[in-house]
Write a protein that binds this ligand. Sequence first.
Ligand SMILES: Nc1ncnc2c1ncn2[C@@H]1O[C@H](COP(=O)(O)OP(=O)(O)O)[C@@H](O)[C@H]1O
Ligand SMILES: [Mg+2]
Length: 255
Amino acid sequence: MSHTEPAMLEARELKKSFNGHVVLDGVSFSIARGESVVIIGRSGSGKSVLLKLLIGLLRPDSGEVWVAGENISTMDERQLMRVRKRFGMVFQGAALFDSLTVAENIAFAFRHDRTISQSEIERRVAEVLEMVDLPGIQNKKPAELSGGMRKRVGLARAIVYKPEIVLYDEPTTGLDPIVADSINQLILRVRDRLGVTTVVVTHDMRSARCLAHRILMLHDGRIYASGAPDEFFASTDPVVRQFIDGVSNPKEVYF
Ligand SMILES: Nc1ncnc2c1ncn2[C@@H]1O[C@H](COP(=O)(O)OP(=O)(O)O)[C@@H](O)[C@H]1O
Ligand SMILES: [Mg+2]
């Protein structure tokens, strides 16, 4: 056995095209246990595709994803199910089921799980709702919640399984800056209290600065630049500068 711990999450030369359109053209990086990494890139640069590859919802055309020393790219669906339990994912939007209550949404992943009792599920749901500062809203429906509250419920659902890695897809997109900041604080709280490895995809540079130990920039299908936030924001590379300054310009809107 090696004395160095394997990376929590590793992408090796990932390539992915759709109908001849190359989205990812050799993406490689390694994320240590407990690290938080923010992946930035323009709309359409392949950020959501990359997250889906990392969690095994999409398969790469070539390249590999390694999770805690296991290559998931060759796994069948049953093996992938086991690995996915190590992940929590907060989807873009929040993706709650409107017909279900908050508690039912959060406990959705337990619906086929015979190993956990109803009272334990209820205890866990209450615990994660407290973690996201929404205690007692179990019986509300998503339609009764504000955008920020829905994001919090999405976050609660992502951590109820006690994941080791949490992936966030644009967690602050569409929120006003004050609500966005409160979501960022929650992401940090979850990271620090649960000790999870955190991967955030965003084009919000404020969030990137606030959340990242390390920023990776996806551009032209590859990791074009990377570094600690201070280093990254001081970059003189024209492509990096254009991205940082462009998305900081409030007159421009990026979706
Ligand atoms: N399932 C799919 N089928 C076909 N094209 C897709 C699919 N998913 C994503 N794409 C394409 O891949 C590109 C990157 O998409 P995406 O990862 O969603 O970008 P981002 O999240 O960076 O805005 C886009 O051109 C998108 O249209
Ligand atoms: Mg996306």
